[in-house]
Design a protein around this ligand. Structure first.
Ligand code: 2P0
Length: 321
């Protein structure tokens, strides 16, 4: 019987930023993430007697234009597994845009798992990760809970995520600080493409990620949250240096983003554990401990107006419900 698949979003501590193969979404580097418990997507795929897919997102039927990326992805899956059936997809996103997380990681991970269930493909988690990666790179990591590493690989079969520790006994919590100011969006896909093409620092990034992945895995093994935070913050700032050094240059930062980075430094000077990571947008995710997160949230809310804070903890991998 077809089941609904649930996938949680993840936050990259060592970022994926650049593809060596755009069609297969093969990255230049490994990346490493933490799956979060607050934000997830529930997706059900039902085989229908039609030669077109029908996509419902949050109970609303998508237009042809809106569903293009998903339909293209379903075409890829049909080709991979040599079948012709079409689907009705019902997807509910519990990733409020107001939480400042992208939904493509949980969205494509849940969709891959939903098709796995509907077509009874019986994919193991490695092949599910490969399938999710073909929808969106970061989705490869949302197959697993806890700390996850995506191995860049060299072809479709060798590029997949693996768990480092799915249920780590570690005192870590993530505070997402959502900045309510609007700015023109540059998609991750376009942003990373421009960085690869024109940042003079791109090859340094590839070298840096290799060493930071090693270092952060040691910090995870030692449950050293401060070290995890320190490496993650440095990695995120280095990723954003690739956007500022692209030609033409661009940035995802808003004025408030820099303000929050300053506050995090001030908090650290006071001995409070807080480190920043930032994705392809202006919002800041703060790596804290369960103890420090309340102080950090209070301080930020008191210092800056016009921001919303959301607390997340460690989440689990794909579930069929
Ligand atoms: C990451 N990001 O590692 C990085 C850090 C954003 C910044 O993966 O082109 O939506 O669909 O493979 O996965 C967001 O990019 O890009 C992302 P595609 P995706 O989480």
């Amino acid at each position: 019987m077809t089941k609904t698949a649930r996938a949680y979003t993840n936050i990259a501590l060592i970022k994926y930023w650049g593809k060596k193969d755009k069609a297969l979404k093969l990255p230049y580097t490994n990346s490493l993430s933490l799956t979060l418990d607050r934000f997830y997507t529930d997706t059900k795929a039902t085989i229908i007697d039609s030669d077109e897919d029908v996509i419902y997102l949050n109970n609303t039927l998508l237009t042809h234009t809106q569903s293009k990326r998903i339909v293209n992805y379903l075409n890829t899956i049909r080709q991979f597994y040599s079948f012709n059936e079409h689907f009705r997809i019902d997807s509910i996103n519990h990733v409020p845009t107001s939480a400042g997380f992208a939904s493509s990681a949980s969205g494509f991970a849940a969709l891959a798992a939903a098709i796995n269930s509907s077509k009874n493909l019986q994919l193991d988690r490695r092949h599910l990760s490969i399938l999710a990666r073909n929808g969106s790179g970061s989705a490869s990591r949302s197959i697993y809970g806890g700390f996850v590493e995506w191995n860049a690989g060299t072809d479709n079969e060798s590029s997949y995520a693996e768990p480092i520790d799915e249920t780590p006994d570690i005192d870590i919590a993530i505070l997402s600080v959502v900045i309510n100011s609007q700015q023109k969006k540059i998609s991750s896909t376009v942003g990373m493409e421009n960085s690869v093409k024109s940042s003079p620092f791109y090859s340094n990034w590839v070298t840096l990620v290799a060493s930071e992945i090693k270092e952060i895995k040691q910090a995870i093994a030692k449950k050293d949250v401060a070290k995890i935070g320190e490496i993650s913050e440095h990695n995120a700032m280095s990723m954003h240096a690739l956007t500022l050094s692209a030609n033409p240059p661009f940035t995802y930062f808003a004025p408030e983003t820099l303000r929050i980075l300053q506050i995090i430094q001030q908090l650290r000077q006071k001995g409070i554990l807080a480190y920043a990571t930032i994705d392809a947008g202006p919002n800041v995710k703060i790596i804290c401990t369960k103890n420090s997160i309340k102080t950090v949230q209070k301080y930020i809310e008191e210092t800056i107006s016009n921001v919303t804070c959301v607390v997340a903890n460690i989440g689990s991998g794909i579930q069929y419900i």
